[in-house]
Design a protein. Sequence first.
Length: 308
Amino acid sequence: MNLIKKFVRYSQFSTGDFEKVFSDFKIPPCPQVVLTLMDMLKIPDIDIEQIVSVLESDASLASQILKVVNSALYALPTQVTSISKAVSILGLKEIENLAIGYAMVNTAPNPQWEGFDSARYWSDSILRALFSRNAAEFLSIESEEAFSTGLLQDIAVPQLLSQWFELYSMVYTKWQKEGGDIHHMEKEAFSWNHCEAGAWIAKKWGLPDLFVCGIGLHGAKQADLQQLDLAGTVVAPVALSSRLTQTGFTEKDATHLVTEAKEMGIAPKDLIELIEKSEMLVDELAGALGVKTISGNSLSESLASIEP
């Protein structure tokens, strides 16, 4: 089975029967400019100027793309001041990924509940996105989609807390108090988890199967991904990134993280360096995306001080 067929197969599997489960769930609308862009990119030999025109038609998207392009994420030698230049330097695939990230940032609600920390949510989401990208590059895995898939992995959480507060907040509160894998707590309570719910949202948006697959399986262990023959794909670093958090990181968390990383071929020393490299960009990238983050403890330092 080739790689594309694998992504299609597992993206379908991971979305579950949410048409019934979420019959009254309102899917956040993907920004029209992003939908238009994705449709145009499916056209063979599309005129680049047409893509540029679509991007420039939305001032907010264009502004965010330029901010991210000029951030340390890409470390370009000179400042990019036009969308046309950004497209020529980064390529259409990377521009699509940035647009998808823009869609997530602009559709995520901020649940008005004291148990949900929006700054923590974005801190962890951006850290995981950066780590996914860096880990994919370290492992010589195609890394173009790693950042956006990592960023999108928890897209369902604020949606669930906003729309299904009475039910979902009970599990979320338990997880905050006890720690552990929220995916398992969700499965016990609902028979599905936020990974699958996020994959369903991504599928409804019409995102590529790779994104749907990565989001739906981000809670999987590396051993599970090996059985699914997805260990050498972008899904693997995204799944590893799901174990990163800048708050409440325990020795047990460190042990699991190191064990999973070793199974992927990432030694503890390299793991710490990848996390440190990712942490350095969180605040700058948050500013480019227009979201607030927290000043949590350094995860790389915490990990270095713990003997797994």
